[in-house]
Design a protein around this ligand. Structure first.
Ligand code: PGA
Length: 248
């Protein structure tokens, strides 16, 4: 019912030549996959990556976007400027929340702006280490999902559970913990007026070919949002294969 998704978040990595080489290598290895494969490069390579993927069936995503239509916002990229270059936009990644001050309200505005423009938000949520240790995961995730969807009408949406303590740390969550949180995400989606069974929920945080099969075997986890391992074509393609095998 839900098409699995494996999305690679390249973050602020790759020089032009590296981006070109990486996207072509991934295309060679993963274009035939029966699932949705999404590459989220830095904005400066969006055009390059979308041209390189033309005709492959693979999709492109941006890592963030500003919600204002246009104007004096030095350094920002508007959602409307991304239209035609990508189909997805990551919204609310913990690095945006922690390092760049994206509040609940800003995340909600970005999400609505993406939906209004016909781009599919990949809404990232997750507790940090302190919240995790304090047993506050459920409360934090419910709040993030609820706050992000204020003002959003039902529409295409992807959610990603990314515990902050697992991102880039080499210490992934357990598949059971991720499955539990995925059910909380679905419940929070329903409370916000969304049809929860139609929203793919991904896991992200130190995903590798060694641990991914355990995540995609979970009934409520529909794929992954991949950071480090998306910068290696072979590893990323292996993750795509694992998600495909779990689904079909
Ligand atoms: P990681 O990053 O796979 O490098 O932990 C995941 C993410 O931030 O999306």
């Amino acid at each position: 019912m839900r098409r699995p998704i494996v999305a690679g978040n390249w973050k602020m990595n790759t020089l032009r030549g590296e981006a070109e080489e990486l996207v072509l290598a991934i295309r060679d290895l993963a274009a035939a996959a029966p699932i949705e494969v999404v590459i989220c490069p830095p904005n400066v390579w969006l055009d390059l990556v979308s041209r390189s993927l033309e005709g492959s069936g693979m999709k492109v995503g941006a890592q963030d976007a500003y919600w204002k239509e246009q104007g004096a916002f030095t350094g920002e990229v508007a959602v409307s400027q991304l239209v035609g270059m990508c189909e997805y936009v990551i919204v609310g990644h913990s690095e945006r929340r922690r390092l760049f001050g994206d509040t609940h309200e800003i995340v909600a505005r970005k999400l609505v702006a993406c939906m209004d423009a016909g781009l599919i938000p990949i809404l990232a949520v997750g507790e940090d280490a302190g919240e995790h240790a304090a047993g506050r995961t459920e409360e934090v995730v419910r709040r993030q999902v609820g706050a992000a969807l204020v003002g959003a009408a039902q529409g295409p949406l992807v959610a990603a559970y990314e515990p902050v303590w697992a991102i880039g740390s080499g210490e992934a969550a357990s598949p059971e913990h991720a499955q539990w949180v995925a059910t909380i995400v679905r419940d929070a989606l329903e409370n916000a007026g969304f049809e929860p069974q139609s929203v793919p929920v991904l896991y992200g945080g130190s995903v590798t070919p060694g641990n991914f099969a355990g995540f995609v075997a979970q009934p409520d986890i529909d794929g992954g949002l991949i950071g480090g391992a998306s910068l290696d074509a072979q590893q990323f393609a292996t993750l795509v294969e694992q998600a495909s095998a779990a689904a079909y």
